[in-house]
Design a protein around this ligand. Structure first.
Ligand SMILES: [Zn+2]
Length: 89
C-alpha cells in the first residue's frame, strides 16, 4: 500500500483593511487582509496546517507586507466585533 503525502498552499482574503499606497504599483487601494497556510496533505487532502502567515496585500499586484501574528489576531478580533455590531443593527 502506498501512502501519498505532500504539501499544499492555500490563501484566503479575510477582509479589506484600510487604503494604502502600494510601493510596488503606486496605486492607492484598500489592501486585502490575507491568511496564507502551508498544509501537510495525505492523499491530496489538507490535514495539518504546518505554517500560517497573515499579510496585507495590494489587490492589484499582490505585493504585500507580512503582519506579525499578535497584530493579526488583534485585527481578527476587531473584524469579529465589527461584524457583530453590524448584525445587531
Ligand atoms: Zn500594488
Amino acid at each position: 500500500m502506498f501512502i501519498i503525502w505532500g504539501s499544499r498552499h492555500s490563501s484566503k482574503v479575510l477582509a479589506e483593511i484600510g487604503h494604502f499606497n502600494c510601493s510596488h504599483c503606486h496605486n492607492t487601494v484598500p489592501f486585502n487582509f490575507v491568511k496564507h497556510i502551508d498544509w501537510f496533505t495525505l492523499y491530496f487532502i489538507p490535514v495539518i496546517p504546518m505554517h500560517t502567515e497573515y499579510w496585507a496585500e495590494c489587490p492589484i499586484c499582490s505585493y504585500g507586507l507580512e503582519i506579525e501574528k499578535k497584530r493579526a489576531k488583534e485585527i481578527l478580533i476587531e473584524l469579529k466585533e465589527e461584524k457583530q455590531k453590524y448584525e445587531a443593527q
